[in-house]
Design a protein around this ligand. Structure first.
Ligand code: UDP
Ligand code: MG
Length: 321
């Protein structure tokens, strides 16, 4: 029965320490759900790990026939790893979870309950973020506010990738094949019936975060440029404003020369104007470049990811490992 199949999708990059802690928790939840008429499965995606994550995954799969494994040819990043995983789900709903235990699997039944009520996109909204510094929390907070203002696509604040997608929203998501994938925005684009579940984001169970500030900054840029052209418009307005100021100033300079003569002076003002205009032009060019670069990458039409190994789970697990 289509309606009652649920695949938990976990992208993992160097999570050899976290996965053995996570799998029993997911397993227990799936056991409870199966009593409730939901046939559960787990799909782990090894996003080009270098620390033995794949061996750990194979052990987990050998021990539990509900576990399927996908290994990418290299590290493609979380967004593409998730895409690769979602592409492999043949039927039923998907639930996306972080490998590090920050999104508690124990909440899955709540997500399923909402799905049964008829919701298509059940997403976890973090009330608190334990174990993360104030700088990460405040920049994340600011980012969600900025993107919320700039983008026409609704992107709920403080919502990560912890979510359940019904079969039809999963299907819709899979039709979005853009290369620059800002998942939070893509989920928002799909729409359908959405509902939030509030939860406490726990500290990482083991290992360390894969997102340093540089990666987060890039993710933020990705989000803004993929889901808004407001910066381009900003460049236009900035240009208009400076042109206006330059015009007024030009009139003033001409009038001054006409009425009071023109003693050669004004080196500081000239430099100031040239530098200012140069700066504004460079900013505008850079902005255009950001968008052009994305257009260029998109135009190459490369596959989004490459698969190294696919172990679909089921009774074959024991033999493969
Ligand atoms: N991840 C991934 N590929 C990457 C980076 C991260 O699959 O290139 C996974 C990682 O294993 C984890 C999830 O994405 O399951 C979230 O990563 P992390 O916990 O490092 O991010 P944070 O919670 O600190 O934002
Ligand atoms: Mg984490």
């Amino acid at each position: 029965m289509n309606r009652h199949r649920l695949t938990v999708v976990v992208a993992a990059f160097n999570e050899a320490e976290s996965l053995p802690l996570l799998q029993p928790r997911i397993g227990a939840v799936l056991d409870a759900l199966s009593a409730d008429g939901v046939e559960g499965a787990v799909l782990y995606i090894d996003d080009g790990s270098t620390d033995g994550t794949w061996d750990v995954m194979q052990r987990l799969a050998a021990a539990d026939s509900r576990v399927a494994l996908l290994r990418l040819s290299r590290n493609f990043g979380k967004e593409l790893a998730l895409t690769a995983g979602l592409d492999r789900i043949e039927e039923g709903a998907a639930l996306i979870l972080d490998a590090d235990g920050q999104d508690p699997p124990e909440l899955i039944p709540q997500f399923v309950a909402k799905w049964r009520e008829g919701y298509d996109d059940v997403h976890g909204t973090r009330m608190e973020r334990d174990g993360e510094g104030w700088l990460k929390r405040s920049t994340a907070h600011a980012f969600y506010r900025v993107i919320g203002r700039l983008s026409k696509t609704p992107i709920p604040a403080d919502t990560g990738d912890f979510r359940l997608l019904s079969p039809r929203s999963l299907d819709a998501l899979r039709q979005l094949r853009e290369r620059h994938r800002f998942m939070k925005g893509l989920f928002g684009w799909v729409g359908y019936n959405r509902v939030a579940i509030e939860y406490h984001r726990e500290p990482r169970s083991a290992g360390h975060s894969k997102f340093n500030f540089w990666r987060l900054w890039n993710l933020a840029l990705e989000g803004i440029t993929s889901f808004s052209t407001a910066p381009l418009r900003l460049a236009t307005y900035l240009g208009l404003l400076t042109a206006l100021i330059a015009f007024v100033y030009g009139v003033w300079v001409i009038l001054k020369a006409l009425f009071w003569g023109d003693p050669v002076a004004g080196w500081p003002t000239m430099m100031a104007v040239i530098l200012f205009l140069g700066g504004v032009q460079l900013i505008a060019l850079g902005l255009i470049g950001e968008y052009l670069g994305r257009l260029y990458e998109e135009s190459k039409q490369r596959p989004l990811y490459l698969v190294d190994t696919w172990l679909p789970g089921g009774p074959a697990n024991a033999r493969e490992a």
